[in-house]
Design a protein around this ligand. Sequence first.
Ligand SMILES: NC(=O)c1ccc[n+]([C@@H]2O[C@H](COP(=O)([O-])OP(=O)(O)OC[C@H]3O[C@@H](n4cnc5c(N)ncnc54)[C@H](OP(=O)(O)O)[C@@H]3O)[C@@H](O)[C@H]2O)c1
Length: 313
Amino acid sequence: MQKNSKIFVAGHRGLVGGAIVRRLQALGYDNLLLAGRDQLDLQDRNAVEAFFAANKPEVVILAAAKVGGIHANNSYPAEFLHDNLVLQNNVIDAAYRHGAAKLTFLGSSCIYPKLAPQPIKEEYLLTGPLEPTNEWYAIAKIAGIKLCQAYRRQYGFNAISLMPTNLYGPGDNFDLQNSHVLPALIRKFHEARANGDHEVVMWGTGTPRREFLHVDDMAAATVFLTETYEGEDIVNVGVGDDISIRELAEMVKEITGFEGRIVNDASKPDGTPRKLLDVGRLHGLGWKAQIPLHQGITGTYRWFLQHHAEARL
Ligand SMILES: NC(=O)c1ccc[n+]([C@@H]2O[C@H](COP(=O)([O-])OP(=O)(O)OC[C@H]3O[C@@H](n4cnc5c(N)ncnc54)[C@H](OP(=O)(O)O)[C@@H]3O)[C@@H](O)[C@H]2O)c1
């Protein structure tokens, strides 16, 4: 990958895509190809075909997807399965046929079995039943991994797949119906403090344990592995450490300055009891996360306060 390679970052207005663009620019990559959904609907096969034929990107980073938390996954199973399959099929196939030298596909830690041993090694993929609340999304992502592996085996296409843990950071989605747990907590505690509320209701029991990686770390890992890794095996991208949702809520409460109580709504689903990625392969390839959780959430809350008007609420 040269500094002037033409790099298409699909989904550059999203949480991860935006961070990847910032990272590439900071490293001096100066030939980025960007097209928002208004210019290119990645579900439209003909439009994707025409875009790749006209632009012939040398490197493709696929950070576009239909993404959401438990509620969104449960409510829109058809869209999570169909839209993600169509989008990734279009992009991976067009990248191969129009001669891209490298494609990086982003999966997710939810591809692993619900009750996988912890920490989760890459080889646990397809060894047990998935978490039912997000199996639609997970099945689409597993199909994406397999498509990358199949195109590598049959056509020699240099496609790699990275499995990020839960991500957070500037540009996140703070919409309470469709967001992930961390941005939802930031928004809830912020609004409770602003409204002078005495309590914040937290979904689920608070006992599940989760791992959180700052999106700037994710972007750094994505660029590093796009530059250096050329294997069929998937690679987990995480920090290698987790925290209970209850502890996370206490941390967000402290950072936002909310002084009331935290109340659990145990009628809401918890999801997988624990999800911690084994990052041995990633460390072996020469990359480690840098941003501590407290520092990362503090910066994200600062971003939320400064960008309230344009944040996804
Ligand atoms: N966030 C996480 O915690 C997390 C964890 C693990 C893996 N990942 C993976 O990281 C990748 C990016 O996630 P994210 O959190 O950055 O999501 P995001 O903030 O929702 O960004 C997704 C981007 O994809 C674009 N997109 C979706 N459908 C499109 C279409 N048909 N045509 C053109 N653009 C389209 C969206 O455009 P619009 O803005 O127009 O909708 C958006 O800019 C995904 O593959 C996801 O699975 C994320």
